[in-house]
Design a protein around this ligand. Structure first.
Ligand code: NAD
Ligand code: ZN
Ligand code: ZN
Length: 379
């Protein structure tokens, strides 16, 4: 037992007090974990675009004050009542969506949309009692995605925590807790390209390049990267992307450009932008008869997907995924093992690193479209 078990811990957390305003490092109180919860010491966290959307709160509804953050790695500090599968000292990745192990989704091989713990962007409290575990002078500070990793300590439902190989370097594998696994799984588990096929990737951030990595592992022969920011193209070459298209360079819609490049369309496409026009293009650029498009980006809250139904009748398939269809607890440890066996390179996704005190720099980099993942060091 750690000396802090059962006690309130005072620690530093980056609090988003208002939409779009820089985070403020505050001293917060973190209550002990309750039934089926664990308290984690976060060692490293990184910034995913989903954090930025809910901080900006322009395209999404959000609640404040809130502790954001969901891509991270840490160590279990203490466990609440009923937790048997985790113990203090375990190395873990918290995940924004969970796996209760009991519901119809958890029992299905096809789904990771757990009834109890699936992603819920509106909820700012723990499901056990509808309260927060964070406070400042008794005032509650809301949670985000059940993870709130921009804090030295956080409380998470046990079903949202994957226990990983203790030898895995936490400053690297933290990026596997959201973006890279999401992109990788979107390709390997959902789009499922065959050897020698063509794959279009919309959006060449960390999620899109995770998807490109999946295409490379699946043996795709053409990987076409599409981004409005041409400065992404140089970096993307390291990920096996073979051709590049910037939609801004053409008068005609990008789906027509891709159809011409590929003799009628790509075999698979994966959308990783969050932009509704890119989602529609990603669907319409797949080959009729067999093409499959997968949506990954988080859309604007008012977005509507519009396409002619003939596109479906002509035997194109549209799918979407959260977390690349990986079940967090069952599947994430094996993604970490892919990295440990050097099948998956994680280092090339990490372009920046800042100490916790400079967390706002990570937001600035993402808003400028610079780099892929910025690691935030908690100590
Ligand atoms: P990022 O900002 O690093 O990368 C997004 C890229 O898309 C940028 O390079 C940008 O220039 C490009 N882009 C934007 N609009 C475009 C357009 N219309 N056409 C072509 N390119 C365009 O973000 P990220 O962290 O890689 O995340 C990508 C998306 O995936 C976000 O929407 C994020 O919220 C979402 N996401 C979804 C899941 C999931 O489980 N479904 C998980 C993690 C992230
Ligand atoms: Zn994310
Ligand atoms: Zn479940």
């Amino acid at each position: 037992m750690s000396s802090t078990a059962g006690q309130v811990i005072k620690c530093k957390a980056a609090v988003a007090w208002e939409a779009g305003k820089p985070l403020v490092i505050e001293e917060v109180e973190v209550a002990p974990p309750q039934k089926m919860e664990v308290r984690l010491k976060i060692r490293f966290t990184s910034l995913c675009h989903t954090d930025v959307y809910f901080w900006e709160a322009k395209a999404q509804n959000s609640v404040f004050p809130r502790i954001l953050g969901h891509e991270a790695a840490g160590i279990v500090e203490s466990v609440g009542e009923g937790v048997t599968e985790l113990a203090p000292g375990d190395h873990v990745l918290p995940v924004f969506t969970g796996e209760c192990g009991e519901c119809a989704h958890c029992k299905s091989e096809e789904s990771n949309m757990c009834d109890l713990l699936r992603i819920n962007t509106d909820r700012g409290v723990m499901i056990n009692d509808g309260k927060t575990r964070f406070s400042i002078n008794g005032k509650p500070i809301y949670h985000f995605l059940g993870t709130s990793t921009f804090s030295e300590y956080t409380v998470v439902h046990v079903g949202c925590v994957a226990k990983i190989n203790p030898l895995a370097p936490l400053d690297k594998v933290c990026v596997l807790s959201c973006g890279i696994s999401t992109g990788l799984g979107a390709t390997l588990n959902v789009a499922k390209p065959t050897k020698g096929s063509s794959v279009a990737i919309f959006g060449l951030g960390a999620v899109g390049l995770g998807a490109a990595e999946g295409a490379r592992l699946a043996g795709a022969s053409r990987i076409i990267g599409i981004d409005l920011n041409s400065s992404r193209f140089e970096e993307a070459k390291k990920f096996g992307v073979t051709e590049f298209v910037n939609p801004k360079d053409y008068e005609k819609p990008v789906q027509e450009v891709i159809a011409e490049m590929t003799g009628g369309g790509v075999d698979r496409s994966v959308e990783c932008t969050g932009n509704i026009n890119a989602m529609i293009s990603a669907f319409e650029c797949v080959h009729d008869g067999w093409g499959v498009a997968v949506l990954v980006g988080v859309p604007h809250k008012d977005a509507v997907f519009k396409t002619h139904p003939m596109n479906f009748l002509n035997e194109r398939t549209l799918k979407g995924t959260f977390f690349g269809n990986y079940k967090p607890r069952s599947d994430l440890p094996s993604v970490v093992e892919m990295y440990m066996k050097k099948e998956l390179e994680v280092e090339k996704f990490i372009t920046h690193e800042v100490p916790f005190a400079e967390i706002n720099k990570a937001f600035e980099l993402m808003l400028k479209g610079e780099g892929l993942r910025c690691i935030i060091r908690m100590e």
